[in-house]
Design a protein around this ligand. Structure first.
Ligand SMILES: O=P(O)(O)OC[C@H]1O[C@H](O[C@H]2O[C@H](CO)[C@@H](O)[C@H](O)[C@H]2O)[C@H](O)[C@@H](O)[C@@H]1O
Length: 385
C-alpha cells in the first residue's frame, strides 16, 4: 500500500478494521479534514478546504509567523505563553489570569472538598510538567525529588504519563515501572490489561513487560511506523546544514526542534519541513514549545488516550472517579477539553504566563507540580485515617 498516495491510507480504507464503529469509547480513527484549530488558530491548515498538512510557500510564511508570535523578544518574555522562567516579581497580568485559573496549590482546600469520596486517577505530561524545559531535549531529566513525588502519588492513585516523546524515551527519564505510559502524544499506550467486558480494540495487544507483568499495548498509528521512520531520515538530512536544529524520532511522530536555531534561520526550518511534508498528505504539522511536530492525520490525541486508559482501568463510567490531568503544552489541551466537556475531572495547566486554556486550575512550574503531588498524597493519607 502506497502511504504517500491520497487514496490509500490505512486510516481511510473501509476494509480497515480500525474504521468499524464500536460501543464504549468508540475509538474509531478518522481522517481529519483539518488539524485541530486549537493547535494554531487562524492558520491556513485549519481552512475547511485543506485536507492535508502540505506546506506551500504561502503557508510556510504563516507557520513562521506562528513560531515568531509564540516567541516574542526576551524583554516581553514574562508575558509569553512559552515563558520557561518563572516571573520573579508580582505580575499583575498573571494574578488577574489566576482569577480564572486558580492555583491548584492555593486552592487546595477547595480542590480537596470536591475530591472527597472520589477515586483520583492521575495523568501527567512530561516535558515542562515533570521536568523543566531545557535546551537539549536529551537532557530533560526530572529531579530525584520529583521522581519520589510521582512514585509516592502512584502508590495512592493509578498514575499515567502521557507524553509527546516516544514511550521508551519517556520511560528512560521517569523509570517508575508501576506507572502506565503513553508516548507519541497518546499513540503508543502501555496500559493495564483491559477488562474482559470492554470493547476489543484493534491495534491493541496483550504483552508481558520486562518485570513479567501483563500489560496492554495500544498503537492506533501502527500503520505509520515505516512512514515516520522515512520522514525522520529525510528531515535529518534536509536540516543538517541548519545550525542548532535537532530532529527527534518519537516513534509515531517526529519533533523538529528550533529552540537553538537563530531566528533568522527559522524560515529555512519551515521550508525544509514543508518541502518534505508535501510528499506525505497523511501527515500533519503542529506547533509545540519551539518545536514543529510531524504526526499522522488520525483522530487520536492525548484526550483520547486519557479516555482509553480510564476505560482500560474499568473506571470510565464510574461517577466516583476523578481524573486529574497536569500538563503545560498545546497538546495537553485535548485532554483538558475531554475532562471539561465530560464534566469528569480537572485539568491543571502548568504555566508561568497567562494563557487561554480548557484547564480549571493552574500551577506555575514543575516545582509547584511536585508540591501539589506531595499535597495530594498527604491529603489522601490523612483522609484515610
Ligand atoms: O508531551 P510532552 O511530554 O510535554 O512532550 C512534548 C515535547 O517535549 C520535548 O520538547 C520540549 O522539551 C525540550 C526539553 O526541555 C525542549 O528542548 C523543547 O524545546 C520542548 O519543545 C520533546 O523533546 C519533544 O519530542 C516532545 O514532543
Amino acid at each position: 500500500m502506497d502511504l504517500k498516495s491520497n487514496h490509500a491510507s490505512p486510516v481511510l480504507t473501509e476494509a480497515s478494521p480500525i474504521n468499524k464503529s464500536r460501543r464504549g469509547l468508540r475509538a474509531k480513527l478518522l481522517l481529519c479534514s483539518a488539524p485541530s484549530a486549537s493547535f494554531l488558530p487562524g492558520l491556513l491548515l485549519t481552512s475547511p478546504k485543506m485536507k492535508h498538512a502540505i506546506l506551500d510557500d504561502v503557508r510556510s510564511a504563516t507557520w513562521l509567523d506562528a513560531m515568531k508570535s509564540s516567541s516574542p523578544p526576551p524583554k516581553l518574555i514574562t508575558k509569553d505563553i512559552d515563558n520557561d522562567i518563572g516571573a520573579s516579581e508580582p505580575d499583575v497580568a498573571y494574578q488577574t489570569w489566576m482569577l480564572k485559573y486558580p492555583s491548584a496549590l492555593l486552592s487546595f482546600e477547595q480542590f480537596a472538598n470536591s475530591a472527597k469520596g472520589k477515586r483520583i486517577v492521575l495523568f501527567l505530561d512530561y516535558d515542562g510538567t515533570l521536568s523543566p524545559i531545557v535546551e537539549d531535549p536529551d537532557r530533560a531529566f526530572m529531579s530525584d525529588d520529583m521522581r519520589k513525588a510521582v512514585g509516592k502519588a502512584a502508590k495512592c492513585f493509578p498514575t499515567a504519563i502521557i507524553s509527546g516523546r516516544s514511550r521508551d524515551k519517556v520511560f528512560e527519564f521517569v523509570t517508575l515501572p508501576e506507572l502506565y505510559y503513553a508516548g507519541s502524544h497518546g499513540m503508543d499506550i502501555r496500559g493495564p490489561v483491559r477488562p474482559p467486558s470492554s470493547d476489543d480494540h484493534p491495534n491493541s495487544i496483550r504483552s508481558t513487560d520486562k518485570q513479567g507483568k501483563e500489560v496492554n499495548l495500544f498503537q492506533p498509528a501502527s500503520g505509520f511506523l515505516t512512514m515516520i521512520g522515512e520522514v525522520f531520515a529525510s528531515l535529518v538530512e534536509a536540516t543538517k546544514d541548519i545550525d542548532g536544529v535537532i530532529v527527534e524520532n518519537n516513534k509515531f511522530c517526529v519533533s523538529v526542534h528550533y529552540r537553538n536555531v537563530d531566528v533568522k534561520s527559522w524560515d529555512k526550518v519551515v521550508a525544509c519541513v514543508g518541502g518534505i511534508l508535501k510528499e506525505y498528505p497523511h501527515l500533519r504539522l503542529t506547533l509545540g514549545r519551539k518545536v514543529l511536530e510531524v504526526r499522522p492525520v488520525i483522530d487520536w490525541d492525548k484526550g483520547k488516550a486519557v479516555m482509553f486508559l480510564l476505560e482500560s482501568l474499568g473506571l470510565s463510567k464510574c461517577e466516583d472517579v476523578l481524573p486529574i490531568y497536569i500538563g503545560d503544552d498545546r497538546t495537553d489541551e485535548d485532554a483538558f477539553k475531554v475532562l471539561r466537556e465530560g464534566n469528569q475531572g480537572f485539568g491543571i495547566l502548568v504555566s508561568s504566563g497567562p494563557k487561554e486554556s480548557s484547564a480549571y486550575y493552574s500551577l506555575r512550574d514543575p516545582s509547584e507540580v511536585k508540591e501539589f503531588l506531595n499535597s495530594l498524597v498527604i491529603w489522601k493519607k490523612s483522609s484515610a485515617l
